[in-house]
Design a protein around this ligand. Structure first.
Ligand SMILES: Cc1ncc(COP(=O)(O)O)c(C=O)c1O
Length: 393
């Protein structure tokens, strides 16, 4: 097929056409097991009937109306997010990068408004990923994504992840925010330690800085809780969400408190599509299904099963030296002799009818539907074993 798109993506050799649950079919009718979830987006699998119904219903009522008005779907989704988290207020946008952009702007303005012109510095972690806008690639801790776009916004410091002493040394009265992924996703499914997030919370409080948790990838049930911060005994000041928030329909959000929200007074920030009624109607239905004890317990149970079997497979084939993650957000770290070759494994898996992801060059990532059933998991793992066996031969 002729490619009319800019070459910034290296597309897979197959072209997906339709999908249901954890199965995808390409334009030639070949079937795949999807354990990638559209990169942690399709939290309820593909074309979940309740989401299809919510979208169909809303599409007959109102598609777009602009932010001069609020709508029932936007208020309903915001209410659910507020009632089930630390937050009091929500700002809607369309993606993870936009959510982080909003979070960082809010933190800078809050610092300036409440403490003065000096309080603008942002601390972020090495190897972190926060999106692809100029501000978010600059805050992200991977220079390969920002170096071609200099000059970059100033006032950003990077510290090693999970290193309390480094954070303690970097934070000061000039720091307006510390931004952390509870699990570093794109760079290898690396969870923050309990001590690290608790220290970050304490240091932010001591220095009047805001703690921003980027839960774009970890949120909406992927770790077995609605948001990953719930595992850590702390709450952030601002949380960014996107990906699974819309169950496959584009929507992003930041959640924050009544103390901070007034900083975003009328006209200070905006988005044409943010709070779109279609996105919020689908997100609202997805929220109802994800945020139940049954779904979250299922994530926990299936996550443990998947991790255990991947560990066994790693030992049997000697391809993985470690399996890590939480719930159904899992990374398999390649053994030293296969370092740097994760993308070869995702290509081999695809040839065997299985969709998985990389997370950096050394980790194979799994972010399947939170509703993944035993049959699809077993079939996916069977295909993975066949792919790995062929790949190492
Ligand atoms: C932790 C994290 N933050 C932000 C983003 C950016 O989200 P988006 O691609 O929707 O802009 C991602 C995407 O992978 C992510 O994993």
């Amino acid at each position: 097929m002729q490619n009319y798109l800019t070459p910034n993506f290296s597309f897979a050799p197959m072209i997906p056409e339709r999908a249901l649950g954890s199965r995808v079919w390409d334009i030639e009718g070949r079937e795949y097991i999807d354990l990638s979830g559209g990169i942690a987006v399709n939290a309820l699998g593909h074309c979940h009937p309740d989401l299809v119904a919510a979208l169909a219903e809303q599409s007959q009522k109102l598609w777009h109306i602009s932010n001069i008005y609020t709508t029932k779907p936007a208020q309903e989704l915001a209410k659910k997010l507020v009632e089930h988290t630390f937050a009091d207020k929500v700002f809607f946008c369309n993606s993870g990068a936009e959510a982080n952009e909003a979070a960082l702007k809010l933190a800078r303005k809050y610092g300036r408004d409440h403490f003065g012109e000096h309080k603008t510095e942002i601390i972020s972690c090495l190897n972190s990923f926060h999106g692809r806008t100029l501000f978010t690639v600059s805050v992200g801790g991977q220079p390969k994504y920002s170096k071609d776009y200099a000059p970059l916004p100033p006032g950003i410091t990077h510290v090693p992840f999970n290193d309390i002493a480094a954070l303690e040394a970097a934070i000061s009265e000039n720091t307006c925010a510390v931004i952390i992924e509870p699990i570093q996703g794109e760079s290898g499914i690396l969870p923050a330690t309990q001590e690290y997030l608790q220290a970050a919370r304490r240091l932010c409080d001591e220095h009047g800085a805001l703690l921003i948790l980027d839960e774009v990838q970890t949120g909406m049930g992927h770790t077995g809780k609605l948001f990953a911060y719930e595992h850590y005994g702390i709450t952030p000041d601002i949380l960014s969400s996107a990906k699974a928030l819309g169950g496959g329909f584009p929507v992003g959000a930041i959640l924050t408190t009544d103390k901070i929200a007034p900083t975003f007074g009328p006209g200070t920030h905006g988005s044409t599509f943010g709070g779109n009624p279609m996105a919020c109607a689908v997100g609202s239905r997805a929220f109802d299904i994800i945020n139940t004890p049954e779904t979250l317990a299922h994530v926990e149970k299936q996550g443990q099963k998947l991790q255990t079997t991947l560990r066994e497979l790693g030992e049997k084939t000697s391809v993985f030296k470690e399996v890590r993650g939480m719930g159904l957000l899992i990374g398999c770290v390649l053994a030293d002799q296969y370092k740097g070759r994760a993308s070869e494994i995702t290509a081999a898996a695809l040839k065997h009818g299985l969709m998985v992801l990389v997370a950096g060059a050394d980790v194979v990532r799994f972010a399947p539907s939170l509703l993944l059933n035993d049959e699809d998991m077993a079939e996916g793992l069977k295909r993975l074993e066949a792919a790995l066996t062929e790949w190492i031969a």
